[in-house]
Design a protein around this ligand. Structure first.
Ligand code: GLY
Ligand code: MN
Ligand code: MN
Length: 464
């Protein structure tokens, strides 16, 4: 946990940004895999963690904005639970570390809410995503799950706080990015023809565990890099393949790292792989260097699209000018994803609070319709203290190519004959994590090799 004052100050700031009423923050519960006593690993809700720092299931908290009072609701262990799980620090003791004096049994939350409701007080909730919490909120507030109304005022106040990382949070994020760097170096070190993708997965998981960390999300470690969220690890690495490794650690304090490297199974990229890699790498380096306060991330995404389009024009896959190609969204046949997102306690930070509130502004809302652009999670102007990822990519998705080709879509911009030569290419993504500073930006962690030369040198050194 951070210091007691940290959580007290964060809650105080939150109270100051909410006009009136009661904030109800739900902690997460344990979720069964196949029977109740066999749950998925517990992960606390990130907003609950941010304001309380307590990593224990089945807690809820009330922050009374008008009385400036905070209560944590939860049940101390019964003797049966102590028999099976051992004695643990009491909720009261944990709450004290968070600067909260008052704790009550979970069952008393219903009375509290009842009273607040009957006196006409506003009850602010966040959008629930765990089924258990949806049910609990529905019962507590006596409305159908589909009628639960998250408080936009609360969402905006929390986003405004969590998006600006504190110095101590940046230290935590750098720590987990460093673990993530080591995971990536290890994968690039041990990969060789004949190995299974899952061997790389188990190696990076062990490295994370050795640093008291887990993974921040299911890793994407695949020779099919064109499958954007591929979670199948059964392929054998073959000479001529590329390995796309998108993985990041989550440290003890639950901060995330999110890095991607794509490297050859051989010592060198093939000439075709090298050409595509160079385009992605140029987009990666150039867009990273642009990041600074005030610049809309949407513009940085557009810059990546232009670089990718120009690179593909130079190779003969795209026709016309880069400007026109991007205006017509021709680049989205190859670059279907967003350039990046916020990162912090969540790998896609605060995504549960809604992409519109986290990544966009009312004046310039998210495009939820246009292929490619609808996957851009962050569009708004950057501020000092944001932590973001930069992750351009080029992906050849055979089914998408076939569909566009059959429709003759954007035929003035796409050279389908040439694209056919790449249909089995796979995909390349390169991803780093950066802090927006007063002057511009700073790479988080000590840096990880990414250029063709650096990767080929490293592979040559380790692949005997
Ligand atoms: N690891 C998921 C992403 O890069 O957004
Ligand atoms: Mn990633
Ligand atoms: Mn990412």
């Amino acid at each position: 946990m951070f210091s007691k004052q940290t959580y007290q100050n964060r809650r105080k700031k939150l109270i100051n940004n909410i006009t009136e009423g009661v904030i109800l923050l739900m902690g997460n519960t344990e979720s069964p895999i196949n029977f109740p006593d066999n749950p998925f690993p517990f992960r606390q809700d990130s907003s609950f963690l941010y304001y309380f720092g307590i990593q224990q299931p089945k807690l809820a908290a009330i922050i009374d904005v008008d009385q400036e009072e905070t209560i944590i609701f939860g049940d101390e262990l019964s003797i049966d639970e102590i028999v099976w799980m051992g004695i643990q620090e009491t909720i009261k003791a944990k709450a004290n570390k968070s600067g909260v004096e008052k704790t009550q049994a979970f069952s008393q939350l219903a009375d509290y809410i009842q009273k607040a409701k009957s006196t006409g007080r506003k009850i602010h909730i966040l959008p629930p995503y765990q089924a258990e919490n949806k049910i609990t909120l529905s019962k507590l507030l006596e409305v159908k799950i589909s009628d639960l109304k998250p408080s936009v005022e609360l969402i905006k106040a929390i986003v405004a706080q969590r998006e600006i990382k504190e110095e101590q949070e940046i230290i935590q994020i750098e720590n987990t990015v460093e673990t993530s760097n080591k995971m990536h170096l290890l994968a690039m070190q041990i990969a060789k023809p004949g190995m299974k993708e899952y061997e790389l997965v188990s190696a990076i998981k062990k490295l994370a565990a050795d640093e008291e960390s887990t993974l921040a999300y299911p890793p994407i470690i695949t020779i099919d890099g064109q499958i954007l969220h591929n979670h199948y690890y059964g392929n054998t690495l073959k000479s001529g393949d590329l390995v796309l490794n998108d993985s990041g650690a989550e440290n003890k304090m639950k901060y995330a790292g999110d890095l991607t490297r794509t490297f050859p199974v051989d010592k060198k990229f093939t000439p075709q792989q090298k050409e595509i890699y160079q385009i992605v790498h140029t987009a990666f380096e150039q867009t990273k260097s642009l990041l600074k306060p005030g610049l809309a991330f949407k513009e940085v995404h557009k810059k990546a699209a232009l670089i990718i389009a120009q690179g593909l024009i130079d190779l003969g896959l795209v026709k016309g000018t880069a400007e026109e190609a991007v205006k017509n969204n021709a680049h989205t046949l190859f670059f279907q994803t967003g350039l990046g997102h916020m990162m912090g306690l969540d790998v896609h930070d605060m995504e549960d609070l809604g992409e519109q509130y986290v990544g966009y502004t009312q004046e310039d809302p998210k495009d939820t319709q246009t292929f490619g652009w609808k996957s851009l999670r962050l569009g708004k102007p950057l501020k000092e203290g944001f932590v973001v990822t930069i992750e351009p990519g080029i992906y050849f998705i055979p089914q998408l190519i076939d569909m566009w080709k059959a429709e003759n879509r954007l035929k003035d911009f796409i050279n389908y004959d040439k694209v056919e030569q790449y249909r089995d290419f796979g995909g390349i993504r390169i991803e780093d994590d950066l802090l927006i500073t007063k002057e511009g930006n700073r790479l988080l962690g000590n840096g990880l090799i990414s250029s063709v030369e650096e990767i080929e040198d490293f592979r040559a050194k380790h692949l005997s």
